[in-house]
Design a binder for this molecule. Structure first.
Ligand code: ADP
Length: 636
C-alpha cells in the first residue's frame, strides 16, 4: 500500500506571524541564541520520551540512547539539529509549530512598542523557542515522527517564515525530530564546526544528553578541514545540578536557568544545595529577574519546577514542590528516594513531597532574606516584580508567616511615596517612645491612603503609618495580627487609643470635649438613624470635620468595598461617625436648627467620600451642598 503524499498549505495563527517578524528584527544582534533554543527543545523532547518510556518501554524502538546531533553542510548552506526524542504527530506539529498556545499572548503583543531594544527584552520574557530559527534561516524544514508510531507516520513541515507553512506525511524510519535550517546568505558563517562548537559550549554545555558533532580532520590534499564519519560529544553531557558547586561557573548556572526557565535573561539569584537525611535530594532553584506574562493567571501559569528522580526527568510544572506564593521560582529538584513511576496524583498525597516542599520553601525564603539583607537593590528589584505574589504567603503559609512578614516591603508615611520600601523591622526601629503598635491604613489607591483623614493626628504627632493600597493587603493584614511581638492596628478601626503617646492633659481635654458635645453627637445620631452605629467625638482629626471608622471587630470600609466588587457578601456592619470638635463646621452645627438634618447628612457623606466610598444617594448630596452654598452666599 502506498501512502498518498498530499501536501497541504496552512496559515500561521496571526500571533505567530507577528512574532516571527519581531523576532527576526529585534533579536538579530543576538542571533546565536537560536541554537540554544533548538537544542533546549530537543533535550526536552528526549526527557519526555524517557519519561513516557518508563511506562511503555516499546517507545525506545531498540534505541535507548538519547542523543542530539548538530550537523551542517557548507555547500548546501544548511544546519541541522536532530534528536531521537519523543517526536511529534501531525496534529502536534500543527498546534506546536503553527500557533502560540501560551497564555498572555494578547497582552504580550499589546505591550510592544516598536522600539527594537525594548521589544527584544519583551520577547525574551515571552520565550523565543522554535521560531527563533528564522533569525538565521530563510526556510526551515522539520522532519518528525512520534515515538512508537509507524515509519509512515512521519511529518514534513516547511516554512519560509512568511504567513504559511506546508505539511505532508512522509516515511521516517527513526523516531524524533530533525530541524533543518536553510541559512540566509549572510549567515553562512554559521555552517562551521568551530563556530558551532563554541556556541554549543557557551549556551548548551549543561544539556544532559550528549550533543554530537562529526569530528573534523585536516585534509592535506584539499588543504582544508573536512568532516570525518566519527562523532564526538561536544558538551559535558552531565546533569549540572549533580555537579559540585565548585565545578559550576556563574555563566553555566545562568545558561542552565535560561533552559529550565524558558527565559531569555539571566536570573536574579539562585541557590544550589544537596539535602541529606531522611529525604535525599538536590535542589537548584532560581529567582527570575522579571515576572513572566502569566504570573497572574493562576490556572494557566507554569510552575517552573522540574522534578527528576535519580537524574531521570519525571515532570515539568511540579506545582506540589513549591507553595503557590512562590510560583515564580524556577529550577530543578532531583530526588534520590521517590519511585520512578511517581505521578501527579501520588505527589499530591506524598509525605516525602511535603518534606521536599518544606525544604525548598525554606531555601527560597533564606535566599530572599539574604538578598534583603545583603543586596538591597536586587531585593528591591525582586519586590517590584514579585512582591504581590509573595504577600499571599502571609495568609497561606502559617509555619513561615513571621519570616514572610519580615520580607514584606510596604509604603508608609515616612517617605510618603508609593514606593514599597519599608520593612516592618524598619518601621519598628523608627517607632516613637511609648508607641507599642504598628499603625496602618488600607484604601483603594495610594492617594486615598495617603490623604486619608484618619492619618491627621498621626501626621501631627509624627507617628509613622503604613499606607496599604494593594488589594491583597487587606488579606495580608487580616492574617497578620502582629509582627515581632508588636500588634498591627488599623487607624480606621476602633476607638483611638494612642496609649503612652498622649499625655494626661490631652486625655483629660478629650474627656471634657466628649461630655461637652454629648448633646450634639446624640442629635446627629438621631438624625442619621440607621446609617450609623454610633456618633462620637474624636481627636484623630486635625483638619477634617468628620471621618468614618469601623468597630474593632467589624469589617472595615475598604475591605467591605473589595468584597462587594468581587461579588461576595460582606457581613453587614454599620460605620461609626466620628466628628472633630474643633472644626468650624462642627462648631457651626451646634447652633443649627432649621437645616440640621442636611448638615448631618453632608457630614456623613463627605466622610464616606473621603475614605473612597460610594454614596448611596449622590444626587441628594449634590442638592444639599448646593442648597447650603446658596444659603451661605445669601448670608454674606
Ligand atoms: P516552548 O519550547 O517554549 O514550548 P517552542 O515554540 O520552542 O516553545 O516549541 C513549541 C512546542 O513544540 C514545544 O512545547 C514542543 O511541544 C514542540 N517541539 C519543539 N521542538 C521539538 C522537538 N525537537 N521535539 C518534539 N517536540 C518539539
Amino acid at each position: 500500500m502506498t501512502v498518498a503524499t498530499t501536501r497541504e498549505t496552512l496559515g500561521f495563527q496571526t500571533e505567530v506571524k507577528q512574532l516571527l517578524q519581531l523576532m527576526i528584527h529585534s533579536l538579530y544582534s543576538n542571533r546565536e541564541i537560536f541554537l540554544r533554543e533548538l537544542i533546549s527543545n530537543a533535550s526536552d523532547a528526549c526527557d519526555k520520551l524517557r519519561f513516557e518510556a518508563l511506562r511503555n518501554g516499546a517507545l525506545f524502538e531498540d534505541d535507548a540512547e538519547l542523543k542530539i546531533r548538530v550537523s551542517y553542510d557548507k555547500a548546501a548552506r544548511t544546519l541541522t539539529v536532530a534528536d531521537n526524542g519523543i517526536g511529534m504527530s501531525r496534529d502536534e506539529v500543527i498546534s506546536n509549530l503553527g500557533t502560540i498556545a501560551k497564555s498572555g499572548t494578547r497582552e504580550f503583543f499589546s505591550q510592544l512598542s516598536g522600539d527594537q531594544q525594548k521589544d527584544a527584552s519583551l520577547i525574551g520574557q515571552f520565550g523565543v523557542g522554535f521560531y527563533s530559527s528564522f533569525i538565521v534561516a530563510d526556510k526551515v524544514t522539520v522532519l518528525t515522527r512520534r515515538a512508537g508510531e509507524l515509519a509512515s507516520q512521519g511529518v514534513r513541515w516547511e516554512s519560509d517564515g512568511g504567513g504559511e507553512f506546508t505539511l505532508e506525511m512522509m516515511d521516517k524510519p527513526t523516531r524524533g525530530t530533525e530541524i533543518i535550517l536553510h541559512l540566509r546568505e549572510d549567515q553562512e558563517d554559521l555552517a562551521d564546526g568551530w563556530k558551532l562548537r563554541s556556541i554549543i559550549r557557551k549556551y548548551s554545555d549543561h544539556i544532559v544528553q550528549p550533543i554530537l558533532m562529526h569530528k573534523q580532520e585536516w585534509d592535506k590534499e584539499k588543504n582544508e578541514q573536512v568532516l570525518t564519519n566519527e562523532e564526538e560529544t561536544v558538551n559535558q553531557a552531565s546533569a549540572l545540578w549533580a555537579r559540585p558547586k565548585s565545578e559550576v561557573t556563574d555563566e553555566q548556572y545562568q545558561e542552565f536557568y535560561k533552559h529550565v526557565g524558558h527565559d531569555f535573561e539571566p536570573p536574579l539569584a539562585w541557590v544550589h544545595a544537596r539535602v541529606e537525611g531522611r529525604q535525599e535530594y538536590t535542589q537548584l532553584l532560581y529567582l527570575p529577574a522579571r515576572a513572566p506574562f502569566d504570573l497572574w493567571d493562576r490556572g494557566g501559569a507554569r510552575h517552573g519546577i522540574k522534578l527528576y528522580v535519580r537524574r531521570v526527568f519525571i515532570m515539568d510544572d511540579a506545582e506540589q514542590l513549591m507553595p503557590a506564593y512562590l510560583r515564580f521560582v524556577r529550577g530543578v529538584v532531583d530526588s534520590n528516594d521517590l519511585p520512578l513511576n511517581v505521578s501527579r496524583e501520588i505527589l499530591q498525597e506524598s509525605r516525602d513531597i511535603e518534606a521536599i516542599r518544606a525544604g525548598c520553601t525554606k531555601k527560597v525564603l533564606a535566599l530572599l532574606e539574604d538578598l534583603a539583607e545583603n543586596q538591597k537593590e536586587k531585593y528591591a528589584g525582586f519586590w517590584k516584580e514579585f512582591g504581590r505574589v509573595l504577600k499571599e504567603g502571609v495568609g497561606e503559609d502559617h509555619a513561615n508567616k513571621e519570616k514572610i512578614a519580615g520580607l514584606l516591603r510596604l509604603a508608609s508615611t515616612h517617605a510618603d511615596t508609593s514606593d514599597e520600601t519599608v520593612s516592618l523591622a524598619d518601621y519598628i526601629a523608627r517607632m516613637k517612645e511609648g508607641q507599642d503598635k504598628i499603625y496602618y491604613v488600607t484604601a483603594e489607591s495610594f492617594n486615598a491612603a495617603k490623604n486619608s483623614p484618619h492619618l491627621e493626628i498621626f501626621r501631627k504627632k509624627g507617628i509613622e503609618v503604613l499606607l496599604l493600597s494593594d488589594r491583597v493587603d487587606e488579606w495580608v493584614i487580616g492574617n497578620l495580627s502582629e509582627f515581632s511581638g508588636k500588634p498591627l492596628q488599623s487607624v480606621a478601626k476602633g476607638g483611638l487609643d494612642l496609649g503612652a503617646l498622649e499625655d494626661q492633659a490631652e486625655k483629660e481635654e478629650q474627656q471634657k470635649e466628649s461630655d461637652e458635645f454629648k448633646a450634639l453627637t446624640d442629635k446627629i445620631q438621631a438624625s442619621l438613624g440607621e446609617r450609623v452605629k454610633e456618633v462620637r467625638i474624636t481627636h484623630r482629626l486635625t483638619e477634617s470635620p468628620a471621618c468614618l471608622v469601623a468597630d474593632e471587630h467589624d469589617v472595615g470600609g475598604n475591605l467591605a468595598r473589595i468584597l462587594k466588587a468581587a461579588g461576595q457578601k460582606a457581613p453587614e456592619s454599620k460605620p461609626i461617625l466620628e466628628i472633630n470638635p474643633r472644626h468650624p463646621v462642627v462648631l457651626r452645627l451646634r447652633g443649627e436648627d432649621k437645616r440640621f438634618d442636611d448638615w448631618a447628612a453632608v457630614l456623613f457623606d463627605q466622610a464616606l467620600l473621603a475614605e473612597g466610598g460610594a454614596l448611596d444617594d449622590p444626587a441628594g448630596f449634590v442638592r444639599r451642598i448646593n442648597q447650603l452654598m446658596l444659603e451661605m452666599g445669601g448670608a454674606a
